[in-house]
Design a protein around this ligand. Structure first.
Ligand code: 0X9
Ligand code: ZN
Length: 424
């Protein structure tokens, strides 16, 4: 009885507080895995997800598919009691997120230190044995532009809200207007593996250009992080920060979910009007300067961009539009075919398996994503959102030792796409 009363007190308290991760404290927080075995479970979890009281690391997708929920310490008993009450079984996959985060920070700092010490090239600090800060990444992009000036151009396409550069690298041997593959990463700050993977692929293709003959026929644009403020904040303050860092007018609740901010069916589904929410779509479409900057580049090159790839983490999904409706684009078979080929190449490296399908089918409803806009407004035929490793064992804190393997396998997928574009 006492427990029950406590649960209600906690639940009441939770409802009275602003939702979302205000001053997120992860000391003693847990990540809890549930497996909805019935449609009713899924429905219930979806309701919980929409309440925005917890950080859903993976959203309710389908019966039989795990859902990982992060609960802050004081909400853990509430969540467990809630799940038990409705008969949903759960297991604790991360018993102390604060502890794990601290350990992974120590491991990454050590890896960074070692990378610096062993640095084979004094002209930059970048490597892929650790997750690097923005300065190292940008220093490396500038180094590539200087060293490979015949094929690389690095441009600052604008500034972020907090005044950081937004750098874009174009790999091209110019000559004529070739088709383009546009690749971005880091739209969600905490998804570090996406920034690291895009920069890995960029590095391989620039520094070993001769191994990629299809580059004679296509150009590739790389933007390893399109949310630089969020990325830095996730290194310095809150490892699980997802959004931009713009002021919202609500004290203590900054940022907009940049992947809910694009002007295509904006704010229709899977979004929030609450500035404290991690899915806040913003006061209006393209309220975020960073997304305006990327939009302008996509518009600029729209008739040459054949494939738009946006890398995220995690869940191992290769998704095509739409994210705002269950309906499929008319040409979905073409998109699915290319995705299946890309995933086959990826899997051939280490056996990592990916699921392929539309965003709505494979994950959940979410309008205002860059992929939907790139197809629906910019008219780019092949647009994909890729959720990289893993499937939840480490989630956002994927150990740095997995950066290179993730990069290697994803590179194979991008090569398949590059060859396809070059041959059409
Ligand atoms: O919700 C998102 O923005 C993406 N998942 S994540 O866990 N990385 O946040 C999926 C986006 C899929 N595309 C659309 N819904 N348009
Ligand atoms: Zn994401």
């Amino acid at each position: 009885m006492k427990v029950l009363i406590l649960v209600f007190v906690f639940a009441g308290l939770a409802a009275a507080l602003p939702s979302g991760p205000v001053n997120r404290d992860i000391t003693g927080a847990q990540v809890i895995r549930v497996n909805p075995t019935r449609a009713a479970h899924l429905h219930y979890l979806h309701g919980l997800f929409m309440q925005d009281l917890y950080d859903f690391w993976t959203e309710p997708r389908a019966v039989g598919k795990n859902v990982d929920i992060m609960a802050q310490r004081w909400m853990v008993p509430v969540l467990k009691a809630t799940l038990s009450k409705v008969g949903i079984e759960y297991s604790v996959i991360i018993p102390d997120l604060g502890d794990l985060t601290e350990k992974s920070k120590v491991a990454n700092d050590r890896a960074l230190e070692m990378a610096k010490r062993r640095n084979p090239n004094p002209k930059h600090n970048m490597d892929w044995t650790a997750y690097h800060r923005l300065d190292d990444l940008y220093g490396y992009m500038d180094y590539l532009a200087e060293t490979y000036s015949h094929i690389v151009k690095v441009k600052t396409i604008g500034k972020s809200y907090e005044g950081r550069d937004m750098k874009m690298l174009k790999l091209s041997n110019e000559g004529f207007r070739k088709p383009i593959v546009f690749i971005d990463g880091g739209i969600h700050a905490r998804e570090w593996i996406s920034t690291a993977t895009v920069s890995y692929i960029m590095s391989q293709m620039v520094e070993n250009r001769e191994d990629y003959p299809f580059l004679d026929h296509i150009d590739i644009i790389f933007m390893p992080t399109i949310n630089p403020d969020g990325y830095e904040y996730s290194h310095t303050h809150d490892r699980y920060w997802r959004k931009t860092r713009s002021r919202t007018g609500v004290l203590g609740c900054r940022g907009v979910d940049p992947n809910r901010n694009w002007d295509f069916h904006w704010n229709e589904v899977g979004t929030s009007d609450d500035p404290c929410s991690d899915m806040y779509s913003g006061p209006e479409p393209f309220s975020e300067i960073e997304m305006q900057n990327v939009r302008d580049q996509l518009n600029k090159y729209a008739n040459r961009i054949k494939v738009y790839l946006s890398f995220h983490a995690f869940s191992q999904l290769w998704m095509y539009p739409w994210g705002h409706t269950f309906a499929l684009p008319n040409d979905w078979v073409d998109l699915e075919d290319l995705a299946l080929d890309a995933v086959e190449s990826l899997t051939s490296v280490f056996g990592t398996s990916y699921e392929v399908g539309s965003s709505m089918q494979t994950s959940y409803a979410a309008a205002g994503g860059s992929d939907d806009w790139a197809k629906g407004v910019a008219g780019i035929k092949y647009t994909y959102t890729v959720e990289l490793r893993d499937t939840g064992n480490f989630g956002f804190v994927l150990p740095p030792g997995q950066i290179i393997p993730t990069g290697m396998e994803t590179l194979e997928a991008v090569k398949t796409i590059g060859r396809f574009v070059a041959s059409t």
